[in-house]
Every structure is written in C-alpha cells, then in structure tokens.
Design a binder for this molecule. Structure first.
Ligand SMILES: NC(=O)c1ccc[n+]([C@@H]2O[C@H](COP(=O)([O-])OP(=O)(O)OC[C@H]3O[C@@H](n4cnc5c(N)ncnc54)[C@H](O)[C@@H]3O)[C@@H](O)[C@H]2O)c1
Length: 252
C-alpha cells in the first residue's frame, strides 16, 4: 500500500488503535501528524516511527476545545502545504451504567469527545481539502456500537451511531470533490481502552469474546491495516461505508 509523501493527521494517535495506525501509515511512506491530548506519549510514538525510518511529528490537540481542530489543520498546511488524509480516532469509553443512571456530565463528555470532536475535525479537514482541490480521504473511528447497541453504553452507542451518520453525510456531500469519507467499526480490540472498559476483569472479557464468531479479540494492527487501505488509493471507489472490523461480531 503506498502512501508515499502523503500528509496525514491522526487524532488519538498516542495510544491503542491510533498508535498502531500511525506506525502503519509511516511504514507506508506517509508523514504523520500525531495529534493527542497526551503530548508526551505522542512524542514516544514519533520516536518509535523515526527509529523505524519513518516520518512523524507531534501536535498537542484536545478535540473538545473550540477552534483547536481548525488550528491544527492550519498549522499542518503552513508546515506542509496540504492535508491529504485524516484519521479521526480520538475517543473515550463511556460510563458502564444503565441509561437512567447516566450522569448528565458523563453524557456530555462522551458526546463532546466521541461525536462533536469528530465533527470539529472533519469540518476543518474537509474545508481544507476542498480548497486545495486535490481531494482526500478521511476515516472516522466509529465502533460496533455505531451499528448495534451494547447494553450499559447508551452515551457511547449514541455517539458512535452519530459518527456513522456524520460519515455518510460527508461522503454524500463531498464525493464530487473527490473527498472520500468512511468509518471503521472495530469490535473488541486489545488497547488500554478495552482494558479500562472491561475493568481488567477476565470474566467480562471472556463474555465479550464469547459473542465473537472468531472467538478472540484483535490486535490494534489488524485495525490499522484497514485504515491504511481506506486512506490509500487502493480503496479509490469506497465512499460512505461503515466497515466492521469485528471478527464477525455484528453479523448476528
Ligand atoms: N479498543 C476497542 O475495543 C475499541 C472498539 C471500538 C471502537 N474503539 C474506538 O477506537 C478509538 C481509539 O480507541 P483505543 O481503543 O485505541 O483507546 P486508547 O485509550 O488506547 O486511545 C485513545 C486515544 O485518544 C486520545 N484522546 C482521548 N480524548 C482526546 C481528546 N479530547 N482529544 C484528543 N485526543 C484524545 C487519548 O489520549 C488516547 O491516546 C476510540 O474512538 C474508541 O472509541 C475502540
């Protein structure tokens, strides 16, 4: 897969799926902007990339801060002249409680990061891609929770269904500008977030694995491979999909 000299922004690039994707994109020849609230960890990812012969830089970014995504895109364009691709992946786990027990502040926080954060990024990225007239590819991280509901996860489910709706709308509106917008819908992926969501409980994790036809969780690199494909020219006629990367979890 060639992403030679492509300038690609990855939010939530300091950890988990984002980190694996940063490494994969850099291996394929892209210059990757690792955007995250955890600037120090993002710096470690950049070092990892550089040690492997790739090219990356840190951009400290909180996707919930008004104007921050727009400023990040401006800084990238000032430094590199364009933005070819973006992976809007920053996200947080929601509270594991039933709907009536959700604290309004928890609801607001999950929606702010997982949905409005993606909106702010995609708006800034697409505005730039339209202006530069060379098209682009955007991938958003939804979840199997954007396709089906998991119990005790109303805020997370609502946000991720929203990401799928946002993705389809963007694909519809900007396909004519040669800007493709797709979502990935990961199942259970081995990252710090999964550990946090299952409370590091072996019983809870095994119960989740039992619902997956392939009877295992995935390595983050298995998601990164799909994202790299969606960002590359190899997927040039794929637009507006919400692609499960879930070992078959959502076929049932
Ligand atoms: N791990 C899974 O099983 C799984 C499954 C489905 C979807 N997802 C989604 O994948 C994405 C990545 O999750 P992960 O599992 O790699 O988790 P992770 O916790 O390892 O990584 C998430 C990253 O996002 C960053 N982040 C959080 N809030 C941010 C903000 N406001 N601004 C910028 N960066 C912020 C964190 O600092 C972290 O580096 C999330 O959107 C998550 O909802 C994960």
């Amino acid at each position: 897969m060639s992403l030679h000299n492509k300038v690609i922004l990855v939010t939530g690039g300091a950890s988990g799926i984002g980190r694996a994707t940063v490494n994969r994109l850099a291996l394929d020849g892209a210059h990757v902007i690792v955007a995250d609230t955890q600037a120090q960890l993002a710096g470690e990812v950049v070092t990892e990339v550089q040690q492997a012969g790739g090219s990356a830089e840190v951009h400290e970014l909180d996707v919930t801060q008004e104007g921050a995504a727009k400023a990040a895109v401006s800084a990238i364009v000032s430094a590199h002249g364009r933005l070819d691709g973006a992976f809007n992946n920053a996200g947080i786990a929601g509270p594991v409680v039933k709907l009536v027990d959700i604290d309004p502040s928890q609801w607001a926080q999950v929606l702010a990061v997982n949905l409005t954060g993606v909106f702010s990024c995609i708006q800034a990225e697409i505005a730039q891609m339209i202006q530069q007239e060379s098209g682009g590819s955007v991938v958003n991280t939804a979840s199997i929770c954007g396709l089906v509901a998991l119990s005790h996860a109303a805020a997370y489910n609502a946000a991720k269904h929203g990401v799928v709706g946002l993705t389809k709308t963007a694909a519809l509106e900007y396909g004519r500008n040669n800007i493709r917008v797709n979502a990935i819908c990961p199942g259970f992926i081995d990252t710090p977030m999964l550990e946090q969501s299952t409370g590091a409980s072996v019983e809870m994790l095994n119960r989740a694995i039992g619902t997956v036809p392939m009877r295992r969780i995935a390595n983050a690199t298995e998601v990164a491979d799909v994202v790299a494909w969606l960002l590359s020219a190899q997927s040039s006629y794929v637009n507006g999909v919400a692609m499960p990367v879930d070992g078959g979890r959502t076929v049932q």
